[in-house]
Design a protein around this ligand. Structure first.
Ligand code: FUB
Length: 376
């Protein structure tokens, strides 16, 4: 992938946060290329939740009053960067736990390793988790032995894991970035999909075409590729229906077009419910925004409403939104610790709604004006 922001920031590299380099246990991270902060810490709206490993794609949940974050575990592999994300070579997952936001973060041991997933070959990308009864479910995308992304599920009685994987991926699953939302009536839905390296465009009919497009449909004036949603079965292990397209439309009800890179879906689905409305949020990928739409049903359509987060440092942007202690929180990631797109770090900041239910756009950087002392 082209790495617009990281290229800019790496040119500015300064080394005020080398503590993370000493603490990091990311395999080969320090050896391959010394970690280095790219700006003063005070430039960033919030600070990394953990510095011992690199983490991204944070899916946060509140269970029994505690906050659990299920991130990707970034490592520094040998593969050069490309537009398919081949450099995201993650092999396992580790879970973060907090008793309160702003408090100490517990980093769990390996919760699931690719070597323990019979069908998976590589690239354990952005996961999510769910709870039903006393069982926790870890949902994760990975490439199978044929190079096609599928979505797997693993279970545990402990939210920190270890999780035991099902022997096969979810039947009929494809592409990446599962996000599982449970509605007030107890029904769970999985949202998923991602274009370019996420292969959604190679699964237009749910069948993987290894020779399909590397990017998208290549039709800028046609509706953009849509994320997918499917009801989950009662046991949370399979789709209860064939996945459907999730429509994201403009204020006139027209689907966003493939050429509308500032607004169209790229990857990183998330669903949350606020005051009875459904909020579908996602990354616009190559334009680096977190965007959202609002709808009246978990299936959509969702009317595009704007941006949640302006571009972070790093190519990717991926998030989750949860309510904790009466406030709403955005979990996201950037590359503050490393300056490298493949070595990210997760963060959290408060999210605010406007009186009309829209979300106030967040700037991940602190502006000079905001830093300046108030005039006497
Ligand atoms: O972390 C690997 C991939 O990068 C994720 O699956 C995407 O959402 C993007 O963050």
């Amino acid at each position: 992938m082209k790495h617009r922001h990281a290229l800019v920031w790496s040119a500015l590299a300064i080394t005020t946060l080398t503590g993370c380099q000493q603490q990091s246990d990311a395999p080969n991270a320090a050896a391959a290329q010394p970690a280095s902060a790219t700006r003063p810490a005070s430039d960033y709206l919030s600070q990394p939740l953990v510095k011992d490993i690199y983490t991204a794609d944070p899916s946060a949940h509140v269970w029994d009053g505690k906050i659990y974050v299920y991130p990707s575990h970034d490592i520094d592999g040998p593969t050069p960067e490309d537009d398919l994300g081949s450099h995201f070579e993650m092999r396992d997952y580790r879970v973060l736990r907090m008793d309160r936001i702003g408090g100490p973060v517990t980093l769990g041991p390996v919760a699931l390793d690719v070597k323990d997933v019979p069908w998976a070959d590589k690239q354990m990308w952005a996961p999510d988790a769910a709870k039903k009864g006393d069982t926790y479910y870890l949902y994760f995308p990975a490439k199978d032995k044929q190079g096609a992304f599928r979505i797997g599920v693993a279970t545990s009685k402990d939210p920190m894991g270890p999780f035991k994987a099902q022997p096969q991926p979810i039947k009929g699953s494809y592409s990446i970035d599962p996000a599982v939302f449970t509605d007030d009536d107890g029904q769970s839905y999985m949202y998923f999909g991602g274009i370019w390296g996420g292969q959604l465009q190679r699964n237009v009919d749910g069948v993987y075409d290894p020779d399909g497009s590397k990017t998208d449909l290549g039709q800028d004036d046609k509706p953009a590729l849509a994320p997918r949603v499917a009801k989950m079965t009662g046991d949370m292990l399979q789709f209860a229906e064939t996945p459907k397209a999730v429509q994201i439309v403009d204020e006139q009800g027209k689907p966003l077009l493939g050429g509308d890179h500032d607004r169209r879906f790229f990857e990183a689905s998330w669903m949350h419910k606020h005051k009875g409305k459904y909020y579908f949020s996602y990354s616009t990928g190559d334009t680096h925004y977190l965007a959202y739409g609002i709808g009246d049903s978990p299936y959509g359509p969702f009317t595009y409403k704007g941006r949640i987060l302006e571009p972070v440092e790093g190519w990717t942007t991926h998030h989750s939104i949860v309510e904790w202690n009466g406030k709403w929180w955005l979990f996201y990631a950037d590359t503050q610790l490393s300056g490298q797109t493949r070595l990210r770090n997760v963060k959290v900041t408060e999210l605010h709604y406007n009186p009309d239910g829209t979300i106030r756009t967040i700037d991940p950087f602190v502006t000079s004006a905001a830093k300046a002392p108030a005039a006497p």
